[in-house]
Ligand binder design. Structure first.
Ligand SMILES: N[C@@H](CCC(=O)N[C@@H](CS)C(=O)NCC(=O)O)C(=O)O
Length: 200
């Protein structure tokens, strides 16, 4: 099995941090997004949508959604649990992970690509960037409150919500998007999570 990956991109980062936290090692193939390899063969035959990450199994089966890949590994390697240990805990972890993915990671990615995308040929769209920027504080407020004084987003141990939040914030930082200082718990969490070996 192997993972088609591009280190700077947020969705592959989410998966990589998850695998590192679990101690799972999988060989990687770099798909250079800046060179446009995601839109060329042989990659397009693996994922016609032209996105990374992609998990390719030894029999040629592919999985092309980061969360589906994570859930697959979580079923194969349930310990330590990173999506909760009982039905309600799992639902709460998935709830906040989806909130973070759609509201923080996805939004920061749109802001970065609409203002100064690292991908060639992506034209700046200042209006889109501003609209997304204006919507960020509300979801950051929810995440900030959820973290509170806890070490991780969902409490005392890391979950997939931490992997997604880290991937989103790191890409935002790379693209020069400032997280307002009022979200002090988010800042404290980011500093602490960034020091974990899984993010290196
Ligand atoms: N929902 C997919 C998104 C995959 C995706 O769009 N990945 C980005 C990198 S974060 C990509 O490959 N972009 C290439 C492009 O837009 O050309 C997932 O979570 O895996």
């Amino acid at each position: 099995m192997k993972i088609h990956d591009f280190a700077p991109a947020p969705n592959p980062t989410k998966l990589r941090v998850y695998l590192n936290e679990k101690g799972i090692e999988i060989p990687r193939v770099v798909v250079n997004l800046v060179e446009g390899q995601q839109n060329q063969e042989p990659f397009l035959s693996l994922n016609p949508l032209g996105g990374v990450p992609v998990l390719e199994l030894d029999d040629g089966t592919t999985l092309c959604e980061s969360l589906a890949i994570i859930e697959y590994f979580e079923e194969l390697h349930p310990e330590p649990p990173m999506i909760g240990s009982d039905p309600l805990e799992r639902a709460k972890v998935r709830e906040i992970e989806r909130t973070i993915d759609l509201g923080v990671l996805g939004r920061l990615a749109r802001i970065v690509h609409a203002s100064r995308s690292p991908l060639p040929g992506v034209k700046p769209m200042p209006e889109l960037a501003e609209r997304e920027r204006a919507r960020l504080p509300r979801v950051l407020g929810v995440v900030n409150a959820r973290i509170g004084s806890q070490p991780f987003v969902c409490g005392e141990r890391p979950t997939i919500a931490d992997c997604t939040l880290f991937a989103g914030l790191r890409f935002g930082q790379f693209g020069g998007v400032e997280i307002p200082g009022e979200f002090a718990n988010v800042h404290r969490w980011y500093e602490s999570f960034s020091a974990r070996p899984s993010t290196q």
